[in-house]
Design a protein around this ligand. Structure first.
Ligand SMILES: C[S@@+](CC[C@H](N)C(=O)[O-])C[C@H]1O[C@@H](n2cnc3c(N)ncnc32)[C@H](O)[C@@H]1O
Length: 283
């Protein structure tokens, strides 16, 4: 029986074959995770890669790196007529010729002016309980408020799910001494409930450094949890290995299987957003 492919096999194939323009390699290249990461428009300026440092298991074959948000069933973006934001990924485009965010444009598809003070029409057609691995879930709850007049913000927050498709951020581990910080980035106020997750470097990051952010940044620890030994046992032990937090962090960094690494030279000043799939959990 042929042995299953390893991460090293995938890398070899990529580095030895995928620079080639041979049309017969089209499907192989389309399924290649490294080709997918390298095709991100931001890759030239902020190259990163993902590496499995624990064993040789490759990324799941059906996992896809995506560069645009894919909305789950029942998640609706606001109507075009309520939009008021900017979707420019590069500052230069916004400041100069190509940005359509500052007023009406002829092409109706990209009109970005919105009547102020109105709430976008929004409906969730289908309720469902998501059966997902919570290790890849991230709540888009930055602007949620049960008292909000906007029904999209008073409902339970949308979640992004990076299990089957996402940007490379899905592989960024937590650290108590992180080199990135996560921010909510609102491209369009009409879709505040669908905001992006933007990661910015908070220190110069040298080439080949593991990228990390603080998963619980800004969220207060629940005092009851911390003083409850039963609850503490259930909570995952942090393996970031950070020295400054003493016993809380283990030294078993090698247990963090797949990690994202900067390939920037010599530092990345900021880091772009990488969308994941957004969906709604209604219990
Ligand atoms: C978004 S994934 C990060 C990628 C993950 N290392 C992998 O191989 O798929 C988040 C999961 O990674 C693990 N993880 C990330 N940082 C960790 C840390 N500092 N300590 C322990 N586990 C961590 C946890 O299982 C967490 O739920």
């Amino acid at each position: 029986m042929p042995r299953p492919p390893t991460m090293e096999d995938d890398m070899r194939k990529h580095f030895f074959r995928h620079g080639d323009s041979d049309p017969s390699l089209y499907t192989e290249k389309r399924n290649c995770h490294l080709c997918q990461i390298r095709s991100f428009p931001t890759h030239e300026d902020y190259p990163i890669t993902v590496i499995n440092e624990v064993d040789d298991e490759p990324l799941p074959f059906d996992f896809r790196f995506i560069n645009e948000v894919v909305l789950g069933e029942g998640v609706e973006p606001a109507e075009d007529s309520f939009r008021s934001g900017c979707e420019c990924r590069k500052d230069e485009l916004c400041q100069f010729s190509e940005c359509q965010c500052l007023g009406d444009v002829e092409d109706s598809d990209s009109t970005r002016t919105a009547p102020r003070g109105k709430i976008a029409d929004y409906s969730v057609e289908e309720s469902r309980i998501a059966q997902r691995k919570d290790v890849y879930l991230f709540a888009l709850d930055k602007f949620n408020d049960p008292d909000s007049l906007d029904p999209r913000l008073s409902q339970p927050a949308l979640l992004v799910d990076g299990e089957f498709m996402s940007g490379p951020t899905r592989f960024i581990n937590h650290s108590c001494e992180p080199n990135l910080r996560i921010y909510a980035r609102v491209g369009d106020h009409a879709d505040k409930h669908l905001h992006d997750l933007a990661l910015f470097a908070i220190t110069d990051i040298k080439r080949n450094t593991e990228l990390t952010f603080d998963y619980i940044d800004g969220v207060e620890e629940d005092e009851d949890d911390l003083s409850n030994p039963e609850r503490l046992k259930e909570m995952a032990k942090c393996l970031c290995g950070s020295k400054s937090v003493g016993d809380i962090c283990g030294e078993q960094r090698n247990h963090l299987r797949i990690r994202a690494y900067s390939l920037g030279q010599p530092a990345i000043p900021h880091f772009p957003t990488f969308p994941m799939m957004a969906f709604q959990i209604l219990a």
